[in-house]
Design a protein around this ligand. Structure first.
Ligand SMILES: Nc1ncnc2c1ncn2[C@@H]1O[C@H](COP(=O)(O)OP(=O)(O)O)[C@@H](O)[C@H]1O
Ligand SMILES: [Mg+2]
Length: 246
């Protein structure tokens, strides 16, 4: 992957984000920021409001509050406009287009780029995930869960985003595959992209995170450097309550 110029990659600043579904107040005043090259992880149990937060940031779910990207308030922009500004979502359950091949999925990700540029981007995805290169002609529906997660990540990368939001990338994957996905998250952040990841897999997420926030019932209840949480398992355990760390 080409190294982005960190100075030119915008920062994401989310303030007072609220999401309501009728009477359900799913996200309650969440504040978050992600800088270029940074991996920020939001930990929380099922139903805590993680997906709602990510979907609100991408404009897929209506919300109130402000989302500032590169100093510009994008709160009123539609999701496709936010995507054009370089914000990509890798959704929960890694929805790849099952009837399309691996390569066709990646071509969709690079949609809008000219032929040579599109091929270059796809080649870079194969470099990051050699397994996808080996299976480029396979129909995506026949891939393993881990391969589908790599493909969903690769498809997002092929759009050349500057910020990637990832919704529980480790869900349902074998530990060895979780390691591959998390290593790739780290590698991508090192090229200068910001990554905001939500996870229930505390241990795997903290290994690659720079900062972590803990969300409970729609509210951020704690925030710290990931290193502090890695080094103080007792503190982490107390903060997480019911979320398992082992
Ligand atoms: N489309 C929806 N309509 C009504 N309630 C929803 C909808 N999506 C999510 N919720 C509710 O909002 C809360 C947060 O959900 P979600 O953001 O999916 O949590 P998480 O991703 O942390 O598991 C939950 O109580 C969930 O039931
Ligand atoms: Mg979710």
């Amino acid at each position: 992957m080409p190294i982005l110029d960190g100075d030119n990659v915008p920062t994401l600043e989310v303030s007072e984000l609220n999401v309501r579904y009728g009477a359900v107040h799913a996200v309650r005043g969440v504040n978050l920021s992600v800088k270029a090259g940074e991996v920020v992880v939001v930990l929380g149990s099922n139903g805590a409001g993680k997906s709602s937060s990510l979907r609100a940031i991408t404009g897929l779910t209506p919300s109130t509050g402000t989302v500032v990207w590169g100093g510009k308030d994008i709160s009123s922009l539609r999701s496709f406009q936010r995507a054009r500004l370089g914000i990509a979502l890798v959704p929960e359950g890694r929805r790849v287009f099952a009837p399309l091949s691996v390569e066709e999925n990646l071509e969709l990700g690079a949609y809008g780029a000219g032929g040579a540029e599109r091929r270059r981007r796809i080649a870079e995805v194969y470099e990051l995930f050699p397994r996808l290169g080996e299976r480029k002609k396979s129909l995506s529906g026949y891939l393993s869960g881990g391969e589908q997660q790599m493909l969903a990540f690769g498809r997002a990368l092929a759009a050349r985003p500057q910020l990637i939001l990832m919704d529980e990338p480790s869900m349902g994957l074998a530990p060895s595959v979780v390691d591959i996905v998390m290593d790739s998250v780290k590698a991508i952040a090192q090229t200068g992209l910001g990554i905001l990841m939500v996870e229930q897999n505390v241990t795997a997420a903290l290994e690659v995170a720079d900062r972590a926030a803990i969300i409970e019932r729609g509210k951020v209840v704690a925030e710290d450097e990931a290193q502090n949480l890695r080094e103080q398992p007792a503190v982490l355990k107390a903060l997480l309550g019911s979320l398992a760390t082992d």
